[in-house]
Design a protein around this ligand. Structure first.
Ligand code: HEC
Length: 451
């Protein structure tokens, strides 16, 4: 081999080993982080730590490499090859590769004068100026690094009955809330004397007997023991998910003079030290009554269709279950919400029309109980009368499931309580919630994207 060629070879080898890269943080990576990560990873954002500076990103680069390449971040468990929704979060193949090349190339910062400004974020509302802001009681979250689940209630007294266009839930600065499902109990005036009499917080980790006692202490029933009107999904929260604002005239509900908003449940991620959390709710009123109020139907646990076979999952087993429901009239679907707990492994839902066409709803190939999104279709989705909606789910009760709450695994089953289902994550659930309107001609052209 000639000397020159030999040295050239050495240089080539050295160059490829030193992992150098032309990509820099300020010109190539910051724009990707700003678009895809800082909506949550910033102070006042939904994620537990910030990624707003080069130093913060550099410090976390190894985990960032893992979570971006595996698709864990940004979090979007639904399969984008199956169906599409508003607000999808994902990295393009090019951006993914750039992050990888940059980190493996030594993660250089680059020329700091080229750093783009961070987008502006509003911490007090993501959708506008609320008419009213109300606060839940503070909750002490113990720092034993485990997930925490609570029921929290918020009594609301208005001078008069009002129309609500939207509610928005916001966790406090600590960003500890992971998800929250809020339903509104609307009391008729003469049915309940005092809506503030009940206990406000219920820790769902308590033993069953205690749970029953405490649930009764929430005092949610009417004074005569009957149940008040209930508006499901009045407000929901998940990290990075904006309040649900549908186009004018769609959705919204009436709020009586006396109501209780019940967060059922509210989930906090694991933290190493005790912390207090206080969350708030923004309410946006509307002058006009809801023109097309939203309906909700639920398949599965505690819902309108049974689970086949019943949701009993023996230890060490992976089981498959289905649930299906015939849709009697033409409907327009707005939003769907698959729900399972820690043993969930896979979820799929679709509709079969009377002419045997398949309408894809959602596929979640790798269930992650942390991301229980409400998925809104980009446009209303028509399901013709006589269609059958099918849900197919798989549960993993083996020791290999890292989220298995028991080691060794134990039999886990679904549970019914108080007409609400087993809320503890160690119980299982299989639910599929569909929010819909009676179909009107042209619905399929109505965009549900919020600007
Ligand atoms: C929708 C909000 C949201 C977006 C967008 C988001 N994250 Fe996260 N991220 C979170 C939350 C919340 C957690 C904490 C996860 C948990 O509760 O286990 C997290 C956790 C992480 C972790 C720690 C994971 C671990 O296993 O320790 C990393 C690293 C991360 N995110 C990086 C990113 C990067 C990089 C992006 C952009 C490409 C991004 N995230 C986008 C909300 C988000």
């Amino acid at each position: 081999m000639k000397k020159a060629a030999f040295f050239f070879l050495i240089i080539l080898i050295v160059a490829s080993c030193s992992n150098s890269t032309d990509l820099t943080y300020t010109s190539d990576i910051a724009p990707i982080i700003h678009q895809n990560c800082t909506p949550c990873h910033r102070s006042g954002g939904a994620a537990p730590f910030s990624l707003t500076t080069f130093q913060q990103v550099n410090r976390k680069k190894n985990t960032i490499l893992d979570v971006t390449q595996s698709g864990l971040m940004p979090p979007w468990p639904a399969d984008r090859n199956y169906s599409h929704f508003t607000g999808e979060r994902y990295l393009s193949a090019i951006d993914k590769q750039k992050i990888k090349d940059w980190i493996q190339g030594g993660a250089p910062e680059g020329d700091t004068s080229l750093l783009p400004d961070l987008p502006e974020y509003n911490s007090y509302s993501y959708v506008g100026t609320p008419d009213t802001t109300l606060w839940f009681d503070s909750i002490l979250i113990s720092g034993n690094s485990r997930d925490k689940f609570f029921i929290a209630t918020l009594p609301i007294e208005l001078g008069e009955q009002k129309y609500v266009r939207a509610m928005e839930f916001l966790p406090n600065e600590n960003n500890l809330v992971h998800h929250m499902n809020g339903r509104l109990l609307n009391y008729e005036e003469d049915k309940k004397a005092n809506i503030t009499a009940g206990q406000r917080i219920l820790n769902l980790e308590v033993a069953e007997v205690e749970y029953v006692r405490q649930f009764n202490n929430l005092k949610l029933s009417n004074d005569d023991g009957t149940r008040p009107e209930q508006i499901n999904s009045a407000v929901n929260y998940l990290p990075g998910v904006q309040a649900q604002l549908y186009p004018e005239g769609i959705g919204g509900f009436t709020m009586n003079k006396k109501s209780i908003l019940i967060a059922d449940d509210i989930h906090f991620g694991p933290i190493p030290q005790d912390k207090w959390d206080q969350s708030r709710v923004n309410i946006f009123f509307s002058k006009t009554p809801p023109k097309r109020p939203i309906n909700e139907v639920m398949l599965g646990t505690n819902g309108a269709s049974k689970i086949i076979p019943p949701l009993v999952i023996p230890p060490g087993k992976i089981t498959q279950h289905t649930s299906y429901l015939r849709i009697p009239e033409d409907i327009s679907i707005l939003t769907i919400n698959p729900h399972m707990h820690l043993l969930g492994k896979r979820f799929k839902a679709y509709a079969l029309t009377p002419t045997q066409d398949t309408i894809r709803l959602i596929s979640i190939p790798k269930w992650d109980f942390r991301w229980q999104y409400f998925y809104t279709f980009p446009k209303m989705l028509k399901i013709p009368a006589g269609s059958v909606v099918y849900v197919e789910a798989e549960f993993d009760n083996t020791a290999e499931n890292q989220n298995n709450p028991y080691n060794p695994p134990q039999e886990i089953r679904e549970r019914y309580e108080f007409g609400g289902a087993g809320m503890r994550t160690t119980d299982e659930m299989l639910q599929f919630i569909i929010t819909w309107l009676p179909y009107q001609v042209g619905d399929e052209d109505v965009s549900l994207e919020v600007e």
